[in-house]
Write a protein that binds this ligand. Structure first.
Ligand SMILES: [Zn+2]
Length: 185
């Protein structure tokens, strides 16, 4: 099955200056065109693209931007706008996929565990890529839950057990014990 690479694991190639700014502002092509994007630090509206890179597989464009006011730098990513499948709950109701929900339950499971925010973000990125790669218009919430469990298992075994014990409704204590044995606690 096709395995996609998260943002953090990609190889990025620097684009030559001539290809850096494909959209010239006011008809001018300049090496450091101004783009309207609000600075996340001070709210200033003009930021300059100081570097553009393309991922090796050409699926993403990454731009380093610098604020014209506070001069802080930040990164933006461009990727095709594809929509997530609807999530179908056990009772048959459909909801929109919400990153905040996934992030919330993962953060809860990982509470006080030695896992960084960057690692959690990368895991969510993985889940989302897998979700998109399914190529389906709707996905059962249980399947999404399995994707979350898979990532938690890689990140932290305690968090995995926490999540799984809440998420899975255990038939009996043996099933829970099997799960604990499985992760080698
Ligand atoms: Zn700023």
């Amino acid at each position: 099955m096709f395995q996609s690479t998260p943002l953090s694991g990609r190889i990025w190639k620097r684009l030559p200056l001539s290809q850096m700014n494909s959209i010239p502002l006011k008809g001018k092509v300049s090496n450091r065109s101004l783009f309207l994007m609000k600075c996340p630090f001070c709210g200033h509206l003009e930021t300059q693209v100081v570097e553009t890179r393309i991922s090796e597989d050409a699926e993403f464009i990454r731009r380093r931007r610098q604020c014209g006011a506070c001069e802080k730098r930040f990164t933006t990513y461009e990727r095709p706008d594809v929509s997530f499948p609807s999530i179908v709950k056990k009772d048959g109701r459909r909801t929109d996929y919400q990153r905040s929900k996934i992030l919330g339950s993962m953060t809860l499971a990982l509470r006080k565990r030695p896992v960084s925010t960057a690692q959690i973000d990368a895991a969510v990125e993985q889940i989302e890529e897998k979700l998109l790669n399914l190529g389906l218009r709707e996905v059962a919430s249980s399947r999404l839950g399995e994707l979350v469990m898979l990532e938690l298992k890689k990140l932290d075994k305690i968090a995995y057990i926490r999540f799984a014990s809440v998420y899975r409704s255990f038939e009996d204590i043996d099933e829970f014990r099997m799960l604990v044995d499985e992760v080698g606690r």
